[in-house]
Design a protein around this ligand. Sequence first.
Ligand code: FES
Length: 165
Amino acid sequence: MTASSTNSASVRVDAAVVRAIAAHAGEAGALLPILHDIQDTLGWLPPEVTPAVAHALNLSKAEVRGVISFYHDFRTAPPGRAVVKVCRAEACQARGSDALVAHAEAHLGVGMHHTRADGAVTLEPVYCLGNCALGPNVTVNGELAGRVSPARFDALVASVTKEGA
Ligand code: FES
């Protein structure tokens, strides 16, 4: 990474933090929505987010770090080029999501909460996508698919598992 790309990444992080803090100024319980907003913008929570948010909310860095590590939704490393989520909530479990998770891990070559070594894909759980009757449900880069069989899963992720995709 060049000095100029490092600087532009840092400007981007600063802008996302400032925007999220301003959007929730004065709200009670603003920490979670601020962290979600920043992650929505950047895809993850870089380390410099912690002191900036702690300072803005008059919290300790340990408190902010504790919240980030408690919620699995927060990423502390950049995601892969594609993010695949498998619903693990009750209704999808009753419709076979445990077996689908095992298939997804084997097919993608990466465990839950991890990003494949080639950076192509991150596999994450999600807890209800509001499509319970059509489980098991999956999202690929936010696109919802229901009634996902292993074969359908493979088709859905075919483009992200291609070499160099
Ligand atoms: S339980 Fe999976 S969509 Fe609701």
